[in-house]
Design a protein around this ligand. Structure first.
Ligand code: FRU
Length: 490
């Protein structure tokens, strides 16, 4: 069936054919990490790393957008710029807390010193990473910046790489009221032995912070841990998978984006992002579980979570990848690059962790195509495809004629694969990604103008990828399974 798409809205026209409809994208320039995610008085606020004048990345600011429902985002331009000696080379990543009716934004002020006499390497010398705070009533206008931490506050065994404050209310009855995680790179005997770790600071008032703890993995996991986060799941229905009783004890997860991680758990991207089960206390003794990738796709890094006012744990990732020149993003010629993933609800059944598109997406489902075992839909860029009760993992979906999701019965892996791997093709040079799974029982794919997000087995495995179709189509085959595809009217 062919469905004519509606005329292109103005914003979409100026951003070219691959402008996203429901994924947060920059108004101009380059976007990377989600920052300062929060909800205040019902409105969702998302900030993001933004180089408004440099489409390939450069001096970082915080861009801002708001949403009433996590689906439609209103752009609000740049709200924090590098304009003090403490953040002169970048308003780097950080987080937010809603406190006393204001948004408190904590971020890393990046400072790079220049010298004619000394050759700085910017790893052990020449760089400062400060923690700054700025607060706002409305999320758009911030008051004066306050310097909270400088390198003098960090332990001496660290390099100059210490960043990405994640601030949250302490989950513990004892100890400080608020905690801040900072990602760090510790000095090795030589550079090859630098090691990622976390600092835990505590505070009673969100302004005075004291070092409480350091978290390292039993074995080294790469040379630097970026964008740390901490999630407690499963004790409320908002963070539990359906039909399971909430647990007494939360399943705590520590999330990090380690650089330099090697081995099978690191996946195939330049840098992975993942989580580890966390037992014990952030301010005391603890144990870390195995590292699991959040997302096995080509484009996913530096996710951040926040707790919505209804108690849901919402995760948003950067749908992009740093230091990855082999993937082309042809939106560059339209003056913008990268976007966020859709906001995802993170839930657990006590054993596994699942990610699902925010439930608000159901409200945007319109035209429906139904298939018994197979289905073909053409001309619909924004779609929500759902395949339930897949029999014997027999399922194959091809999007835009060249990106296929299937299950490899021999290796027991879910496979996401571009047929054509050339730079000018649908995937802009992207190839194939795989994630191990004992079976494929259900599949949901959210398609936007230039991205797909693939949720497998109820969201136990997820793949995110940008793609650049010339025409849109979905071809699904899953013998005896119920296939439904909705147009998303965003
Ligand atoms: C992760 C990251 C952060 C840093 C920011 C700078 O992608 O490197 O560690 O704060 O990006 O844009």
């Amino acid at each position: 069936m062919l469905l004519q798409t509606s005329p292109t809205p103005t914003a979409t026209r100026t951003h070219g054919p691959w402008a996203q409809r429901f994924h947060l994208m920059p108004q101009a320039g380059w976007l990377n990490d989600p920052n300062g995610l929060c909800q205040k008085d019902g409105t969702f606020h998302a900030y993001f790393q933004n180089s408004p004048d440099q489409v390939d990345g450069g001096l970082k600011h915080w861009g801002h957008a708001t949403s009433r429902d996590l689906v439609r985002w209103e752009p609000d331009g740049v709200v924090l710029s590098p304009d003090t000696p403490y953040d002169a080379q970048g308003v780097y990543s950080g987080s937010a807390q809603v406190h006393d009716g204001r948004i408190w934004a904590f971020y890393t002020g990046n400072v790079k010193h220049a010298s004619h006499e000394v050759a700085f390497d910017y790893v052990t010398s020449g760089r400062d990473a400060n923690v700054l705070l700025a607060t706002s009533d409305d999320g758009s206008h911030f008051g004066p910046k306050q310097l909270l931490l400088t390198p003098a506050d960090y332990p001496a065994h660290l390099t100059c790489h210490v960043r990405d404050p994640k601030v949250f209310a302490s989950p513990y009855a004892q100890g400080p009221a608020y905690l801040m995680l900072l990602g760090a790179r510790a000095k090795g005997l030589d550079r090859a032995h630098d090691r990622g770790e976390l600092l835990v600071f505590g505070s009673e008032d969100l302004t005075r912070w004291r070092l409480e703890n350091q978290i390292v993995s039993p074995e080294p996991m790469g040379y630097m841990w970026e964008c740390p986060d901490f999630l407690g799941l499963g004790t409320t229905s908002a963070t539990s998978a359906e039909n399971r009783c909430p647990q007494k004890e939360p399943l705590n997860l520590l999330s990090v984006s380690p650089q330099g991680l090697e081995g099978p758990e690191a996946g195939s991207n330049v840098y992975p992002s993942g989580y580890m089960a966390f037992a014990g206390s952030l301010v005391g003794a603890h144990e870390l579980g195995r590292f699991h990738l959040w997302d096995g796709g080509f484009d996913f890094y530096a996710p951040q979570t926040f707790t919505a006012q209804d108690g849901r744990c919402i995760l948003i990732g950067w749908m992009g990848m740093p230091d990855c020149p082999q993937h082309r993003n042809p939106t560059v010629s339209c003056g913008w690059q990268h976007c966020f993933t859709v906001p995802r609800e993170v839930v657990t059944d006590g054993a596994q962790v699942f990610q699902r598109p925010a439930r608000e997406f159901y409200d945007y489902r319109s035209s429906l195509w139904l298939g018994d075992g197979s289905l073909q839909v053409s001309g619909v860029p924004c779609f929500d495809l759902e395949i339930a009760r897949i029999v014997d993992s027999q399922c194959s979906v091809t999007v835009a004629g060249g990106l296929t999701v299937s299950y490899d019965q021999t290796s027991h892996e879910i496979v996401v694969s571009f047929e054509d791997r050339l730079a000018e093709s649908l995937g802009g040079g992207r190839g194939e990604r795989r994630l191990a799974a004992p079976a494929l029982t259900s599949l949901r794919i959210l398609g936007d103008a230039s991205s797909v997000e693939v949720f497998c087995n109820g969201g136990a495995q997820v793949f995110s990828s940008r793609y650049y179709p010339r025409s849109y189509s979905v071809q699904a085959s899953a013998p005896k399974a119920a296939i439904r595809c909705w147009q998303l009217d965003v």
